[in-house]
Write a protein that binds this ligand. Structure first.
Ligand SMILES: [Zn+2]
Ligand SMILES: [Zn+2]
Length: 241
C-alpha cells in the first residue's frame, strides 16, 4: 500500500477565486485522514472520497482558514451519514471554538500537543509545536513504508528538521515572498526551501501561498534556497509519496 496526499485546498489565509483554504487527504489505501478542514475543502473532499470515507480528522490549529469546514461536516454526520464517534485530533481549546462545542456523539475530540504520537489505522502521526501565534502543530505522518511532513503554519524559528530525518515529501507553507519576511509568523518560499534543505527532505511541495502572491516567484525563490526543483501544491491533485 502506498502513501498518498490529495490537496483539497492550498490558499493561504483566505481562499483564492475558485480556490479553497488548507485541507488535505492522507491515505495509505485503507485508512484516510482529513488533515485540516479549511473553507471549501469539504466541497472538494467529495470529489475524492464518499462522505463516510474519512477515518479521522486532524486539525493543526485554531485559525479559521484551517478548520471551519468541520462545521459543515458535523451537519453531514448528524443529518446525512449518521456517522458517530469520528476522532477529531486537535490542540486543546479548538473544540471550544466550534458552534456546537462538543458535538457528541458524532465527533470524539482528542487533544494532541507537542510530542504527541497517535495512530489512525496503520498511519502514525507525530506532532511538533511550530513558530506561530496560537498553539500550532506540524506533523510527521508515517505509513506504507513512507514518510511525509506537514509544516502547518509556522515562522522561521521552527524547522522541518523538528519532524526527524527521512521525509520523502514535505508539504510546507510559503505564505510570503522574500521581501515580506518577518511581516507575520509565516515563511517565505525562500525560508521554506532552507528549512527543507536543512531537514534533508527528498521532495518539497509549497502550500498556503497567499492568493495575491506570485506563485512562480515563490517557487523560484524556494528552489534557489533548496538547491533542487520545488513543486507547488495544486488543488484536487493527488501526490504519491
Ligand atoms: Zn493559515
Ligand atoms: Zn495560522
Amino acid at each position: 500500500m502506498e502513501l498518498t496526499l490529495t490537496v483539497l485546498g492550498c490558499s493561504g489565509t483566505y481562499a483564492a477565486p475558485g480556490g479553497a483554504c488548507s485541507g488535505y487527504l492522507v491515505s495509505d489505501g485503507s485508512t484516510t485522514v482529513w488533515l485540516d478542514a479549511g473553507p471549501v475543502t469539504l466541497a472538494n473532499l467529495q470529489r475524492h472520497v464518499p462522505l463516510d470515507g474519512v477515518d479521522a480528522v486532524v486539525l493543526s490549529h485554531e485559525h479559521p482558514d484551517h478548520w471551519t469546514d468541520l462545521e459543515g461536516f458535523f451537519n453531514v454526520c448528524r443529518f446525512v451519514t449518521g456517522r458517530q464517534g469520528l476522532p477529531v485530533y486537535a490542540p486543546a481549546g479548538l473544540k471550544e471554538r466550534t458552534y456546537n462545542d462538543n458535538e457528541a456523539p458524532y465527533f470524539e475530540w482528542r487533544d494532541v500537543k507537542d510530542g504527541s504520537r497517535t495512530e489512525v489505522g496503520d498511519l502514525i502521526f507525530t506532532f511538533s509545536r511550530t513558530d506561530h501565534g496560537p498553539e500550532t502543530l506540524a506533523m510527521r505522518i508515517d505509513g506504507g513504508g513512507r514518510s511525509m511532513g506537514y509544516s502547518a503554519d509556522t515562522g522561521p524559528k521552527w524547522s522541518l528538521a523538528e519532524l526527524g530525518a527521512g521525509l520523502d515529501l514535505a508539504l510546507c507553507e510559503a505564505t510570503f515572498l522574500g521581501e515580506q519576511e518577518g511581516e507575520a509568523q509565516h515563511l517565505s518560499g525562500r525560508q521554506a526551501g532552507l528549512s527543507a534543505k536543512e531537514a534533508g527532505v527528498k521532495r518539497l511541495l509549497l502550500t498556503h501561498i497567499w492568493p495575491t502572491t506570485d506563485k512562480e516567484r515563490s517557487r523560484a525563490e524556494a528552489a534557489d534556497a533548496y538547491g533542487d526543483p520545488v513543486e507547488l501544491a495544486v488543488t484536487n491533485e493527488r501526490y504519491e509519496i
